[in-house]
Ligand binder design. Structure first.
Ligand code: PMP
Length: 344
């Protein structure tokens, strides 16, 4: 084997060390420099590879996960895909309980990666025995030699980013980072990354991105759970209707809320202007930067890092589909940005 060509033992060795890529066009008129941490470069195409690997390897170190055991989680999204990928390489069974709201594409994707998928009714309460939370819990209890990842309530989710995403960004910016902007779902990414960065320089400003319809921003400001904040919205992976313990609210200086519509358009704009085909929450994080720029948050010399959590290919039937955009009314106020093809 030639020494100058990198060869890997397996796909897991490619997790982490994602590139930091300068944004050149979308922020051309802004003060400061803007860099994207592009997590789609992980082999499972999202930041969730980091937590899947870390949580599974920690369970191995503690001796609670042994060859042939089972890993259980409730997710139809990126975390499920990453757990399935890690399970294949390490020889575990992977059980995912998903909601019947999940698109058939997503369920097929998880099955393609060898996961056993339980599709549970969407419109039942979280404590109903048929809900995907309850089904996952039961499968975990009934399956000898299984672990439950429980990403919203697992401290190891924070630790994964404290150990990897944080140090990578510190090194890649040579300690010059002034702002971190990141979408918050479980909160693991922003909390772990922020903890590491604030230990290096407490003046780095940490900005979380939340959805309208989610309780995170209000909870951050009041430390009270306000049911009135909760209503349905479309962005997946952003915000929440509960308070995850994987979010360390003390690490976050400010939350910015963004709309479904503007986040979708901004994701499409990133793809068109920077050549980076990104997911919906990348659009949300960039949309937050736009709003902060309008408020005069940034100044010359600032180095702003924004996390782009996943790849656009996961959203072909949503934000990159004009019919879906039209159905949501996302072209009503903004007639621009349709994806025309030429009939030949
Ligand atoms: N973007 C996407 C697409 C996600 O799936 C998630 C995770 N739910 C996030 C952002 C937020 O990351 P975290 O859970 O670490 O807060």
């Amino acid at each position: 084997m030639k020494k100058d060509i990198q060869v890997f033992d397996n796909v897991l060795q490619l997790i982490g060390n994602t590139p930091l890529i300068k944004l050149n066009k979308i922020t051309a008129d802004y003060k400061g420099e803007f860099y994207a941490k592009v997590e789609a470069f992980n082999p499972g195409h999202s930041s969730k590879d980091r937590i899947a690997l870390h949580i599974i390897e920690e369970a191995e170190r503690q001796g609670i996960l042994n060859p042939g055991d089972t890993i259980v989680e409730t997710t139809s999204g990126n975390t499920g895909f990453s757990i399935a990928m890690v399970s294949i390489i390490k020889g575990y069974k992977c059980i995912l309980a998903v909601s019947s709201k999940s698109s058939p594409d997503k369920i097929d994707m998880l099955k393609s990666m060898g996961a056993q998928v339980y599709v549970c009714p969407a419109h039942v309460s979280a404590d109903d025995p048929r809900s995907y939370y309850e089904v996952a819990k039961r499968l975990h209890e009934e399956t000898k030699g299984s672990i439950y990842i429980n990403q919203y309530f697992n401290q190891l989710n924070i630790d994964a980013h404290y150990n990897s995403t944080g140090p990578e960004i510190w090194q890649q910016t040579e300690g010059q980072i002034t702002h971190l902007v990141a979408a918050s779902g479980t909160g693991g990414t922003i909390s772990g990354t922020a903890k590491y960065l604030k230990e290096q320089n407490p003046n780095i400003k940490i900005i979380g991105v939340d959805a309208y319809g989610s309780v995170l921003k209000k909870y951050h400001e009041t430390r009270e759970f306000d049911h009135d904040e909760i209503y349905p919205y479309r962005i997946e992976g952003l915000g929440k209707n509960l308070i995850p313990t994987a979010t360390d609210f003390d690490m976050i200086d400010e939350f910015v809320k963004v709309t479904d519509e503007e986040s979708a358009h901004t994701a499409r704009e990133i793809s068109r202007t920077e050549g980076l085909f990104v997911g919906y929450t990348s659009g949300a994080a960039m949309q937050a930067i736009k709003q902060l720029q309008e408020e005069g948050e940034f100044k010359a010399g600032d180095q702003v890092v924004v996390i782009f959590p996943d790849h656009g290919s996961r959203y072909m039937s949503k934000i990159y589909n004009d019919k879906w955009m039209e159905e949501q009314g996302f072209f009503d106020s903004k007639k621009v940005g349709t994806l025309e093809s030429i009939q030949y």
